[in-house]
Design a protein around this ligand. Structure first.
Ligand code: NZQ
Ligand code: ZN
Length: 387
């Protein structure tokens, strides 16, 4: 167990029909809100109408900033920052999934500085203050609703960088599982894949050889994510399934699983962000392809933890360590495929001849995230194994 500080100040309001509390929660933060959301889902499913009514009933003025797309764009964030400054908003409210919440975080931080917000992402500036952020989560996946992370794509340069700061933690997030009933099967499964990847990034990159508490916690989350996703793919309005999946996805990246692991890394995400930046694929779909390949690559070098994962999560029976490791990874890939996730670059429409370029494009983020062992050759090897 390594030393750690765990300080997560986000207030979570969890449960069915909690959406209408956004008005009273926002009123505490001020009188003028920039409302950030996606393209059409919250208009179609009535969430925008309900949020607007709740804010208006609490006399919170709304400045709209819709149109966030998946793999959210820096250009759209910059427009939101200009609006937030011009309208002198007191807060930013995000209603959506990870793309919307991350955009809202970037706007909340960018609205209080004179330099370009991208300087927070390329390590040139650090975040010192942030407008208060309130979230209404509509998709179980990224975990952004309860952490200080944000990931934005630079449209011109085609790079997708992430950064983090505790100041970016939302003040309050409403997690109402009924709001996810309308999430289509593909994004439900991609969200599950993303949450599993968040867990396995920590589970397999900790250098601490003895983390029994965290291991059991993370193994349990992976099992629950798969079981609840299966329920929801069968019945999209399965409340317990949606509730369990939502809370697991939040727990996967709110700091609790990583507490005590010491230094951990995000190699799978480093590779996936390049795929999303260049091919605009769903984040979870990219991870569903990269994850088994990265696991298999690492398991050949140090099979013990991978064998533990296979035995505890999938009850594989192989006695030999490497065989058990391979069996567990195969079972995870089988589950991803069964949930409707892609498991090859070909399914993402990515051709083998682009691999050297994609590997080379991943190097700046590998450097920024201090993933020293990830050079051109290692990244190419991993990508070639998921063709
Ligand atoms: O744009 P609309 O019309 O709203 O449709 C969205 C979008 O097309 C739709 N959707 C969302 N809620 C819905 C719904 N459709 C029907 N009913 C609902 N209730 O789902 C699509 C995907 O939304 P998006 O926000 O892109 O998905 P997700 O939540 O998976 O977020 C992915 C983003 O999160 C970032 C990723 O990089 C990616 O950009 N991440 C953020 C992290 C963080 N801040 O800690 C960590 C993660 O690893 C991840 O990198
Ligand atoms: Zn992710």
């Amino acid at each position: 167990m390594q030393n750690f500080v765990l300080h997560n100040q986000t207030k979570i309001i969890f449960g069915a029909d909690r959406l209408q509390e956004i008005g009273s929660e926002a009123k505490v933060l001020g009188a003028r809100a920039l409302l950030v959301y996606g393209r059409q889902s919250i208009r179609q499913n009535g969430i925008l109408t309900a949020v607007t009514a709740s804010l208006q009933s609490c006399s919170v003025a709304i400045i709209h900033h819709g149109g966030v797309q998946s793999n959210p764009l820096l250009s759209h964030v910059r427009q939101g920052i200009a609006k937030a400054k011009e309208e002198q908003v007191d807060m930013v409210i995000a209603v959506g999934g990870g793309s919307v919440i991350d955009s809202a975080k970037a706007i909340a931080a960018g609205a209080l500085v004179d330099h370009d917000v991208w300087k927070f992402f390329n390590g040139k500036k650090s975040i010192k203050q942030c407008l208060p952020l309130a979230c209404v989560l509509t998709l179980a996946a990224a975990g952004s609703e309860m952490n200080g992370g944000m990931v934005i794509t630079h449209d011109d340069r085609k790079v997708k960088f992430g950064t983090g700061n505790r100041l970016l933690n939302p003040v309050v997030s409403i997690l109402d599982p009924t709001l996810t009933y309308t999430v289509p099967p593909d994004y439900t499964a991609y969200g599950a894949a993303d949450a599993i990847a968040h867990i396995l990034e920590f589970y397999f990159t900790t250098a601490d050889a003895s983390t029994p508490v965290q291991d059991r916690f993370m193994e349990g989350l992976v099992i629950n994510i798969m079981e609840s996703c299966d329920k929801v793919l069968h019945d999209p309005c399965h409340y317990q399934g949606r509730a369990d999946l939502m809370w697991c996805a939040t727990l996967a990246l709110n700091g609790w699983t990583a507490a005590g692991l010491g230094l951990v890394g995000f190699p799978m995400h480093m590779i996936e962000h390049t795929l999303s930046a260049h091919h605009d694929i769903a984040h979870g779909a990219g991870l569903s392809v990269v994850m088994p390949a990265w696991l298999a690559h690492q398991a050949e070098r140090a099979p013990h933890k991978f064998a533990q994962f296979g035995r505890r999560v999938f009850q594989v029976e192989q006695k030999e360590c490497r065989a058990a490791a391979r069996a567990g990874i195969a079972r995870l890939q089988e589950w991803l495929r069964g949930a409707g996730c892609p498991t090859s670059l070909a399914e993402l429409g990515i051709a083998p001849e682009t691999i050297p370029f994609l590997a080379e494009q991943s190097l700046p983020l590998a450097k920024l995230w201090r993933l020293k062992e990830y050079d051109q050759e290692k990244i190419e090897t991993i990508l070639r194994s998921c063709l």
